[in-house]
Design a protein around this ligand. Structure first.
Ligand code: TNX
Length: 564
């Protein structure tokens, strides 16, 4: 096990803006301790002196907010600090929100985030024009910020978040959360000064589609693990969760009209574990939990390849009608449903209709990758027919970029996972009207190893440490594809080698926030030097929240988190 794979304890540190916090001696320091002064203090005795001085100064000389206003991931569009306007959240603060059920829900979510660590009651009330009044206001009606933008003002009178939509308020709340000391992530009460840095942030996303993918087929993950991934997405303002629900090793979603898909096809996973599947109720729970966090679920039924588990369940779909053996390995490209059989289209229509009915979002992902045994017109003909089925269900089709040669379908979206930034077939599909989600394998793939010694993961698309995950521009990545054709970005996590929640987190953190920043922040705000500093400060938050992460050598993390 690496250090990052070890369960981490709660750490609560207050950093000066300019110096990384000192390693705190657990015998002598508490969560509210300060490491202050322009010169980093290195001796325990000096730290003790600083504490005594800070205590003596008390409220007369209030220390600055431990977080700077711009220290947010993803970087906000515009930040105007006002160091004279820091705000200390009082124990009797209230959260006042617009009189709107969706805004009230965001208010309750904010309260639920802040109550455990602060121990404050934080009552949530509504008003036609909510004002901070010494607490926090979440106001709808700031209509100039688009469907996901928000404005956040911290003054001595409190915090006000304004937005046009509940999604905007929700994103503003994620920023607010990062402006509080890292200890706010603790699940138990911490003695801390809950200070926010003064000033204003105006923020909105660069791209409308910002996502991550979880492969629940190669290894199956319980609903609770998926919900936790949703929480991770929400933290970084991602708004799509793509679930890779079916593959050779397992079929993970119940389908009433073809029940053996789940009950038989859901058995097993890579390496021979038990596998499993989501009932309709499970899937609805994931969709609803995501929706409460303004995240749209994109279900993928991978076709016509990657279908061994379906063929095990229904041999009639297999070429020659012969059931294959269950598959628990990691090869790709050997299985397919027969594109020449009408029964295949009954299956596809029934499955997609049920998945569409369970999914409120506009997208249905049909896979289309690595169908090595379905070539040429057999492949394009199959994809075109499935695209028509999806359109007939009122959904918009998404497919891996291999579907590019198939005819255009209204609004269709290709998900680019190549590694060389130049693909004439994809560029041509874009000229015919397709839009793109960018998941370049050599930058966005979360299943690649960070370094040669990373204990899990692949390296076929290269090693991807944080800088490589961050240093590319989704707006100019693919030759012949204009920025206007790019819907956004997605970071996929394939799970051939990922077997647990801890391993999911180890691969997500810290690369997921890198991809999130590419999707959200303006191009002009991309800056590796600044990003790695802001990212480093997130480490203490992950530690406090019990999130496993990889302590990449490229990031100047503060001292190793301590167990309390
Ligand atoms: C390629 S990327 C695949 C997946 C594998 C992945 C492993 C794509 C659309 N297909 O089937 O899991 O590589 O990195």
């Amino acid at each position: 096990m690496t250090a990052a794979n070890t369960p981490l304890g709660v750490v609560a540190v207050s950093a000066t803006p300019t110096a990384a916090p000192e390693p705190l001696d657990p015998a002598h320091s508490g969560p509210g301790d300060l490491v202050a002064g322009p010169v980093p203090l290195r001796e325990p005795a000096a730290a003790e002196l600083a504490r005594v001085a800070a205590r003596a100064a008390g409220d007369l000389l209030a220390p600055p907010a431990p977080v700077r206003l711009g220290d947010v991931v993803p970087a906000p569009e515009r930040v105007v600090p006002d160091p004279t306007a820091d705000f200390l959240l009082p124990a009797d603060a209230a959260i006042r929100v617009s009189a709107d059920p969706a805004a009230l829900a965001v208010g309750e979510q904010l309260a639920a985030l802040l109550r455990p660590a602060t121990g404050y009651p934080l009552p949530v009330t509504d008003a036609p024009r909510p004002e901070p009044a010494g607490g926090i206001a979440l106001a709808l009606g700031d209509d100039d910020l688009g469907p996901e933008g928000y404005r956040l003002d911290v003054t001595a009178a409190g915090v006000r978040v304004g937005a046009a939509t509940a999604a905007g308020l929700f994103h503003g709340v994620q920023t607010l959360r990062q402006l509080l000391p890292a200890a706010v992530e603790s699940a138990t009460q911490v003695a801390e000064r809950w200070v926010l840095p003064g000033g204003s942030i105006t923020d909105r996303p660069r791209f409308g589609y910002r996502g991550a993918m979880l492969d629940v087929a190669r290894h199956f993950f319980p609903v609770e693990d998926v919900l936790r991934v949703v929480d991770h997405l929400a933290r970084y303002k991602l708004n799509h969760l793509h679930l890779h629900l079916t593959d050779d090793q397992g079929w993970r979603i119940a389908v009433d009209s073809w029940p053996r898909l789940a009950t038989v096809g859901g058995v097993g996973e890579v390496g021979g574990g038990p596998g499993g599947y989501y009932t309709r109720a499970d899937y609805r729970r994931i969709v609803a939990y995501a929706a409460e966090r303004h995240i749209t679920v994109v279900p993928e039924i991978d076709l016509p390849g990657h279908t061994n588990s379906a063929l095990v369940a229904y041999p009639e779909l297999a070429p020659h009608g012969i059931a294959p053996a269950r598959y628990t390995g990691t090869e790709v490209g050997f299985s397919y449903v027969d594109p020449a059989s009408e029964r295949t289209y009954d299956f596809v229509s029934d499955v997609l209709a049920e998945v569409a009915a369970l999914t409120p979002g506009p997208w249905l992902h049909i896979g289309g990758d690595e169908a090595f045994k379905v070539k040429g017109e057999a492949y394009t003909g199959f994809v075109e027919r499935v695209q028509r089925i999806v359109a007939g269900l009122g959904k918009t089709v998404v497919g891996w970029h291999q579907i590019a040669p198939a005819g255009h379908a209204d609004g269709r979206v290709l998900q680019w996972w190549g590694t060389n930034g130049d693909d004439p077939a994809t560029a041509e599909a874009v000229r015919r009207g397709a839009r793109l989600v960018l998941s370049p394998g050599n930058h966005a793939y979360l299943d690649m190893k960070y370094a040669p010694d990373t204990p899990i993961g692949h390296d076929w698309a290269g090693l991807i440490d944080v800088r490589r995950a961050y240093d590319w521009d989704p707006g100019a990545h693919l030759a012949g594809v204009p920025a206007e054709a790019v819907l956004g970005v997605e970071a996929p996590l394939w799970t051939e080698s990922v077997t647990s929640r801890a391993e999911i987190e180890f691969m997500l953190f810290p690369r997921l926030p890198a991809c999130a920043e590419l999707g959200w922040s303006p191009r002009t705000g991309h800056d590796w030097a600044g990003f790695r500093e802001r990212l480093a400060a997130q480490g203490a938050r992950w530690a406090a929240a019990g999130i496993h992460y990889h302590r990449s050598v490229e990031v100047p993390w503060p001292a190793t988190p301590l167990h309390p």
